[in-house]
Design a binder for this molecule. Structure first.
Ligand code: G3P
Ligand code: MG
Length: 239
């Protein structure tokens, strides 16, 4: 662990409070700010190439409109994914997962969140091509995780019926349980730990909540902004 809290700090979509989410710029800032790992979201281009973007459409985070899977990688690469946040980020491109794995090498852990279960096969191909990547694969759709016991996996849930998801994670030998932050209880953390799973709630941007989770024994958090070294000069906090 690089930080004093003992929590493993996952930069959610990169350091997304300080740089445009799911871009290399955001991953770079996360590394500079002392994150332990980065989280990113995967969708597919029209050719089936894994690209890093959260929404099914490009509208919110680019200068264009349309469905991600309606565009080729070449078309997606022409979009500006940074100008919406601040002029200094204008021209920041969408990364493919391969771009990120090359950039990352083995410097930080990466949590690859599949927004679509059908993204699993091309993601696996890339993980085989870049074996140095330290990847934890997560998804809200659990069957796609259950059929890949060979992978480090995180089971995501937003549900207040979280026990169902936790039991599935335990039965399938998952690495971690990723509950929405408002679902976490001390009992949940104990149950997960008894079964050998880590608990990483998302998305924790309130320092008091992070402290509470620390007391409850949570292993780490996904955060947009709670990084060990917050340096506003270097991190573009003023947008
Ligand atoms: O992986 C944690 C978190 O990213 C899940 O929700 O919508 O931010 O991708 P979302
Ligand atoms: Mg995500």
């Amino acid at each position: 662990m690089k930080n004093n809290s003992g929590l493993f700090i996952w930069a959610h979509r990169g350091a997304s409070a300080f740089a445009p989410e799911n871009t290399i710029a955001a991953f770079h800032v996360a590394e500079k700010m002392g994150a332990d790992g980065i989280e990113l979201d995967i969708r597919l281009s029209s050719e089936g190439v894994p690209v890093v973007i959260h929404d099914p459409r490009v509208d919110r985070t680019s200068d264009s409109t349309g469905l991600v899977h309606g565009k080729t990688v070449a078309e997606l690469k022409r979009l500006d994914m940074g100008g919406w946040m601040a002029p200094k980020f204008r021209g920041e491109p969408i990364p493919t997962l391969e771009d990120v794995l090359i950039w990352l090498d083995n410097r930080m852990t990466v949590n690859i969140e599949l927004k679509l279960p059908r993204a699993m096969p091309p993601v696996l191909t890339l993980l085989q091509k870049y074996p140095q990547a330290r990847a934890l694969v997560s998804c809200f759709k659990h069957p796609v995780l259950e059929i890949h016991p060979e992978l480090p996996r995180g089971f995501l849930t937003e549900s207040r019926f979280w026990r169902r998801a936790l039991n599935r994670a335990i039965r399938s030998g998952a690495t971690a349980f990723h509950p929405r932050e408002d679902r976490v209880t001390p009992g949940m953390v104990q149950e997960a730990h008894r079964a050998g799973l880590k608990v990483f709630p998302f998305t924790v941007d309130d320092p008091q909540q992070a402290e509470r989770f620390c007391r409850w024994g949570v292993d780490g958090i996904f955060t947009n902004r709670l990084f060990p070294q917050v340096d506003t000069d270097r991190t573009h906090d003023t947008v």
